[in-house]
Design a protein around this ligand. Structure first.
Ligand code: PLP
Length: 269
């Protein structure tokens, strides 16, 4: 960790994520969310994707050695207050990040296990799902799968509660299963903690589809954690921020809407 501390500097969040050229999801979503929440993002790209606002066409993981060297450069220079992980892209990248987290234990980690794009396109193999559970869960403060991702991570689980239990058993300190994909007028995100706690967070279901909503929520939680908020408060505040971003979402392309993470700022129209 770096030795110089500037008291005026915003908390630094190291981000591992895929690049989405629409700017709606992936690393741009994370950078925008963290900046909007008063943090400084240190972004490390894990994969390049080819996609539009409708769906993903292809993805290409980066060289795991370059990715790891970038992360080490940041960790050696900056006081990283939280780490946020999104799309991993390959088993090799996931394993390198798992090694880095074991070396830098003590920094809180928020892991959004990105397995599919909003349009349904696959972003992770079966083997990568297994590595996420076996090698990354043990280092995370919070994992934020949506329902389908939770089922894909632990296919042997029978219910979402069972999924959460198995992810906790794999080592996660806490698990937030997001409820966007479950039926109902309200969306309920459910937080499970290792001490047996269970907390529900509700929000209204908005019409339409959004590109990058999961990235926004997980990054906003990481921002709150980096600022020292207790986890429950970080999740509640992040859900409120994500809802406002979605309410102000816009059609940049012909498919899903993109959240406006600067809804509170100037927007020339
Ligand atoms: N990361 C990348 C690079 C993506 O392309 C996507 C979806 O397309 C995601 C993350 C997840 O997006 P969402 O926040 O909509 O789940």
């Amino acid at each position: 960790m770096g030795t110089i501390e500037d008291p005026t500097a915003p908390p630094v969040v190291l981000v591992f994520a895929g690049h989405d050229p629409t700017g709606g999801a992936g690393i741009q979503a994370d950078i925008e969310t963290l900046a909007a929440q008063g943090c400084h993002a240190a972004p490390v790209v894990t994969a390049l994707t080819v996609q539009d606002t409708r769906d993903v066409r292809a993805f290409h993981p980066v060289d795991p050695r370059i990715m790891a060297a970038q992360a080490e450069a940041v960790l050696g220079d900056m006081p990283v207050r939280a780490i946020k992980i999104g799309m991993l892209g390959s088993v090799e990248v996931a394993k390198r990040i798992a090694g880095l987290l074991r070396h830098h234990a003590g920094i809180p980690v928020v892991l959004d296990p990105v397995l599919r794009a909003g349009g349904g396109g696959e972003l992770a193999s079966r083997e990568l799902s297994e590595v996420i559970v076996a090698e990354l869960m043990g280092s995370v403060l919070l994992a934020t799968p949506n329902g389908p991702e939770a089922r894909q991570l632990v296919p042997e689980a029978e219910t979402l509660a069972d999924c959460a239990d198995r992810l906790l058993a794999a080592g996660a300190d806490s698990v937030l299963i997001t409820g966007t994909h479950e039926a109902g007028e309200l969306i309920t995100h459910r937080l499970w903690t290792a001490d047996g706690g269970r907390i529900d967070f509700h929000s209204p279901r908005l019409a339409g589809e959004y590109h990058g909503s999961g990235c926004t929520l997980a990054s906003a939680i990481a921002a709150g954690v980096a600022q020292g908020k207790p986890l429950e408060q970080a999740v509640g505040d992040a859900q409120a921020f994500t809802l406002r971003s979605l309410e102000h979402g816009f059609h940049a392309g012909g498919g899903q809407r993109i959240p406006n993470r600067f809804f509170w700022g100037q927007w020339p129209r």
